[in-house]
Design a protein around this ligand. Structure first.
Ligand code: PLP
Length: 410
């Protein structure tokens, strides 16, 4: 009989969202007249911008005519999109990134998972805790996690670095060997962001120890704070130690349309088993063109429209709308004496549960007393215990209603 990958057996069940659905269903069955407001949504809710739609529409028409029809495109992405990315996301911020350092893909989820194919099986992985679960689970599948320690709620070979109110949500440098560190700023789930100075500490550490930083900037467009870098390459030295992931998902409502990109500078090299330097950019190009046939022309045209004058304006309006929701949540929580973090450079508000309540107890309280659903922080890692995530992706009306209901919490 053929053998399967044993490491899949180490994966822990996706307990979080299943359990949320289970508790909400049980409650609504008992209380069918109650109107539930969901502030747990991790997906955008506003439609694609008109400029994006126009571009998609025009591209679709091109596909319907043999003279303008497009077949397979370049695996790395069309130059028109990579040039727009380079110009707007990098050169405009004083960062020199080459066209051949940008790889267009269908999502940061895939990219953050797939990137490990370039890494040796014995690389030691580090994550912040709480964490976007994809970083951990993809490494479990690849056999880098070690066994799951149920008492700790952690895998033995993964280094978890707590980010809590005590350290201002800034991860301390690891105390044991880490070869590959995932950093996400602005962060999901804490909604907090690292400043240039804080990120510089990590870049210096990576260059000194020969580690790789996998920098996830999926929420870059929500940054409002001047001291928060939009790209890790704004930090000196990052090109020799960091890969950056960006996505149109949260930036421009592409969660269902699918487009993202990864930047791998030419300077970035790892070492093979013979001690020779190998370019990660060359490896990723090889992988991408071997295993991926590109994002559809239509979608790439839509993504490029994000960078037009009209597109930028429309997208900024949507982001401002979400950020206003986040502000309403943050300030509403403040008025009832609940300490909240994030929500300034991010659509996520991360609150400290009152009176040291466990995350799931607070979930039940919110569900039954206010009919509001959020996400228990403990579901993102053990350091998330005692925290709770609310998101800004609902309508203004529902967000306001949810907050006024919270005011009546006992
Ligand atoms: N990275 C983080 C931190 C996320 O929160 C998400 C989506 O929720 C993603 C990546 C996924 O992005 P994409 O839609 O491009 O796959």
């Amino acid at each position: 009989m053929f053998k399967v990958n044993d490491y899949f057996g180490r994966l822990q069940g996706s307990y979080l969202f299943t359990e949320i659905a289970h508790r909400v269903n049980a409650y609504t069955k008992e209380n069918p007249d109650k109107e539930i407001i969901r502030l747990g949504i991790g997906d955008v809710t506003r439609p694609l911008a008109p400029a994006v739609l126009q571009a998609i529409d025009a591209a679709t028409r091109e596909m319907s005519d043999a003279k303008t029809f497009m077949g397979y495109g370049p695996e790395q992405g069309y130059e028109f999109l990579r040039a727009a990315i380079r110009e707007n996301d990098y050169l405009a911020r004083g960062v020199e990134i080459g066209l051949d350092e940008i790889f267009v893909s269908d999502g940061s989820k895939c990219d953050t998972g797939n990137i490990q194919e370039l890494l040796s099986a014995d690389c030691k992985i580090g994550v912040t805790d709480p964490v976007y679960p994809v970083y951990v689970d993809t490494n479990v599948m690849a056999g880098r996690s070690g066994e799951f320690d149920a008492a700790k709620g952690e895998f033995t070979e993964i280094t978890y670095i707590p980010t809590t109110a005590e350290n201002g949500f800034v991860p301390a440098l690891p105390e044991r060997r880490v070869d590959v560190m995932y950093l996400c700023s602005p962060n999901n789930p804490t909604g907090t962001a690292m400043t240039k100075e804080q990120l510089k500490v990590w870049v210096d550490w990576a260059n000194e120890t020969g580690a790789l930083i996998l920098f996830d900037g999926a929420y870059e467009h929500f940054i409002t704070d001047e001291n928060v870098p939009h790209s890790i390459y704004e930090i000196d030295g990052a090109k020799t130690c960091a890969v950056e992931f960006r996505s149109f998902s949260k930036t421009a409502g592409f969660t269902g349309t699918r487009c993202a990109y990864t930047v791998i500078p030419k300077e970035l090299a790892g070492e093979n088993s013979r001690g020779e330097k190998v370019s990660l950019n060359a490896m990723w190009l090889r992988r991408h063109s071997t295993k991926f046939n590109g994002v559809s022309y239509i979608v790439q045209r839509g993504a490029a429209a994000v960078y037009t004058e009209e597109g930028k304006k429309q997208i900024d309006e949507t982001i401002a709308f979400y950020l206003e929701n986040a502000k309403i949540i943050r300030e509403g929580l403040g008025r009832i004496g609940i300490t909240a973090y994030g929500g300034v450079n991010s659509p996520y508000v991360w609150l400290k549960t009152p009176n040291g309540m466990k995350s799931w107890d607070f979930f039940d309280k919110l569900l039954t007393e206010a009919n509001v659903v959020g996400t228990p922080g403990s579901g993102f890692g053990s350091a998330g215990e005692g925290y709770f995530r609310l998101t800004a992706f609902n309508t203004r009306e529902n967000t306001e209603k949810a907050i006024s209901r919270l005011a009546n919490l006992k």
